[in-house]
Write a new protein. Structure first.
Length: 648
């Protein structure tokens, strides 16, 4: 290991016109930041990284499967969290050792990326990545070429994804409850509620999760529309916890052109300020001058406003604006219709009971007053679908129908305590994300069985690889695919190795171990299903992390500062002789012992003044002894006393 200082950054250049102070202090140059370089000649660096990977896999692994355990997370500013969600646990991991912590951050990418795309499968991605790294480290220790090993892992992952698509099938309506329940930890109450939500809003509809006000979960369906367009400036945010702009009883201005001059918005903005209603502006674009005017007035509290771009482009953008106008009851401001933005007043505005604008999406909830107009619009678009021959055009029209007819289901989560609420909300979010992934790409058999069946395809995949080391990379993937099933069985109290042998001995692709009831059965028929999208993301992202790990040869981390050793200062000796006083000056040593000595002198005098007839009685003799002992002690203390010198 060697240490290398980074060069200090140059000071910022000052303008020649900037005034300078005559006595301005000189700026001290920044201290150099040192780095520790760890070379991987003997695999020592990657072994430290692997230690962090193993630790985080063991930590999140306890939550995997229907018999997975909970994890208690300390909370500095509130009650502790009790969670069963690997993604939440993963965010809390921070190790002291910099190399091990780097391994945690590296493998965290697999879980975080899978959760971002598929909404579930974070724990499985971590376990699969840990398996690939562990098996890969074994062959690297034998002297294999890491580049060829990584190439074999990558090509095997691509082939496994192709095989997975052949195994998956479209989900049936009655299977939605099973997928949601499995992802929620076999909670069929949650699964049935999510299934009911999709039945009421359709597969293209939207389901949201909110905190409820009661102790039980409830389902509410409202009319609304959602599209992928976010706010043009983060200064429009009103809810900083969710980074969203949220308004109730909002008015909507629809403009089919670019807004560049802020004066064009004066009339409608004055109406919003005067009548105190929130305003959402949907336009082709809002340029800098107009946008800055809106943000300044919003930040100053003058107006409640947000601005977004219109969805889609070209002719499709115009049609989407018309769809929004239909559902909100507004009118699109268009030059070809003779409408100008300067003349647009309140009569052009649409209405929404609630608007939620996030960074990349917008949700408009209506009160249902325009339902008849929406139905006519949907029927018109369906007629265009029947007359259209182009596949792409049919897809676009289908998306418009889904946005118009898609109602919004709101699941309100109820609980007795805040801790229970957070845990239930995380489970319901996982279940909802898994259900949406299953609707998008279909389902495969669950319980880790699909990964085991894919491992049987490895021998066929190896035939397409170039050399021996790439085939060894395929074998690494084969062994790693059994890690999730092994852990699910171990968490259920079974031997993972025994369970895998028994499952693979059966030729039925749906045959597997149901950890919920401890039985070997047809998992597909029992409703143990996994979304194909989740399994695909687990394979792809774990392979990417493993390839990066195995081909790393140098690790650079910040140098750890050595902690100073605290040493107590030496105590002064007790029997110090005070210095001699200077000539012509008198020094007195004052202390509280002087008072005791005065008291002791009085005590001596009192003893001698006692009547001799009573001096030998018990009472007077004890008093005399006490006073005599105290006087003797204080006189001796004065001899050794070192006090404070006072000059007089």
């Amino acid at each position: 290991m060697s240490r290398m200082p980074l060069p200090p950054s140059p000071p910022p250049s000052l303008s020649s016109k900037a005034p300078t102070l005559p006595f301005s202090p000189k700026k001290t140059p920044p201290m150099p930041v040192y780095k520790d370089l760890h070379f991987n000649h003997d695999l020592s660096a990657t072994k430290k990284l692997q230690a962090g990977v193993d630790l985080v896999a063991r930590l999140v692994g306890v939550t995997l499967g229907p018999k997975g355990r909970n994890v208690v997370l300390a909370n500095k500013y509130g009650p502790p969290k009790i969670v069963n969600d690997g993604e939440t646990v993963l965010k809390e991991v921070e190790l002291e050792d910099p190399l091990e912590n780097l391994g945690v951050k590296l493998v965290r990418q697999a879980g975080a990326r899978t959760n971002d795309i598929a909404g579930d499968g974070c724990t499985t991605s971590i376990i699969l990545a840990q398996g690939l790294i562990a098996e890969g480290m074994k062959v690297l220790a034998a002297g294999m070429n890491p580049v060829q090993i990584a190439r074999g892992i990558g090509r095997t992952a691509d082939a496994l994804v192709s095989e997975l698509k052949l195994m998956s099938r479209e989900i049936e309506d009655h299977e939605i409850a099973h997928v949601a329940a499995v992802s929620a930890g076999n909670d069929y109450a949650v699964g049935n509620m999510i299934s009911d939500a999709f039945k009421r809003v359709g597969r293209e509809g939207m389901v949201r999760i909110e905190n409820g006000r009661s102790t039980v979960n409830s389902l509410e369906v409202v009319e609304g529309m959602q599209f992928e367009r976010g706010y043009l400036s983060p200064f429009f945010v009103t809810n900083h916890a969710n980074m969203s702009a949220e308004y109730t009883d909002c008015k909507i201005l629809l403009v089919d052109k670019i807004i560049s001059d802020p004066r064009e918005l004066l009339r409608v903005c004055f109406s919003a300020v005067k009548e105190d209603f929130p305003l959402l502006i949907i336009a082709e674009d809002v340029e800098e001058e107009a946008l800055s005017t809106l943000t300044r007035n919003k930040l100053s509290g003058m107006i409640k406003v947000a601005a977004i771009k219109a969805p889609s482009f070209g002719e499709q953008k115009t049609q989407c604006l018309e769809d929004i106008a239909i559902i909100t009851g507004g009118t699109v401001v268009r030059d070809d219709m003779g409408y100008t933005l300067e003349e647009a007043g309140k009569e052009f505005l649409g209405s929404a009971s609630k608007v939620i604008v996030k960074k990349d999406s917008t949700l408009i909830v209506t009160d249902g007053s325009t339902l008849h107009a929406v139905e006519k619009r949907v029927a018109q678009i369906k007629g265009q679908v029947e007359n259209s021959k182009e596949r792409y055009q049919k897809k676009i029209l289908g998306e418009r129908i889904a946005r118009l007819s898609g109602a919004i289901a709101i699941i309100q989560v109820g609980a007795q305590t805040v801790i229970e609420l957070k845990d239930k909300k995380l489970r319901i979010e996982d279940a909802l994300n898994a259900t949406m992934a299953a609707i998008e790409e279909g389902v495969v058999v669950g319980g880790g069985c699909s990964l085991l069946r894919l491992s049987q395809k490895i021998d066929m995949i190896k035939e397409s690889l170039d050399n021996l080391e790439q085939k060894i990379g395929a074998d690494i993937f084969k062994h790693a695919l059994s890690y999730p099933s092994t852990l699910i069985a171990n968490n259920a109290g079974m031997s993972g190795k025994f369970v895998i042998e028994k499952v693979l001995a059966n030729d039925n692709a749906s045959y597997g171990y149901n950890a919920a009831n401890g039985c070997y059965e047809d998992l597909m028929a029992s409703g143990i299903l996994d979304p194909s999208k989740v399994v695909r993301c687990c394979i792809e992202h774990s392979a990417v992390v493993a390839k990066s790990f195995l081909t790393s040869d140098v690790v650079i981390v910040e140098a750890q500062e050595s902690k100073p050793i605290r040493v107590r200062p030496p105590m002064p000796p007790r029997n110090l002789i005070p210095p001699m006083p200077a000539s012509g000056k008198l020094y007195l040593h004052l202390h509280h012992h002087i008072e005791r000595c005065i008291f002791s002198s009085i005590s001596f005098f009192s003893i001698w003044c006692l009547p001799w007839s009573d001096a030998f009685s018990f009472r007077y003799s004890s008093v005399a002894f006490t006073l005599l002992f105290g006087a003797t002690t204080n006189v001796r203390g004065m001899n050794n006393f070192v006090g404070k010198s006072v000059k007089i």
